[in-house]
Write a protein of this length. Structure first.
Length: 80
């Protein structure tokens, strides 16, 4: 069964966490960002070839947003 490509952050997050059953942990997000930011990574090149540079950039932005949300919700975060 084919799933539509997420068009929004909420759709992307649902796809990652609910459909795929993956936790957006600090370690997972950093791992994915490192791969997506590595232009020599085979899967990154394949991702861009399949979905386009625009979607690749958007996906990186969604991972960054998820990382920021995780940091903002951390109980050890220093109050300002």
């Amino acid at each position: 069964m084919a799933f539509p490509i997420p068009a929004s952050y909420d759709e992307w997050r649902h796809c990652i966490t609910e459909v795929c059953g993956l936790a957006l942990t600090n370690a997972f997000i950093h791992q994915r960002l490192a791969a997506l930011e590595n232009s020599n990574d085979h899967m990154t090149r394949k991702f861009i070839a399949l979905y386009g540079e625009s979607h690749w950039q958007q996906t990186r932005a969604w991972f960054t947003r998820a990382l920021n949300e995780l940091a903002d919700s951390s109980p050890t975060r220093n109050p300002r």
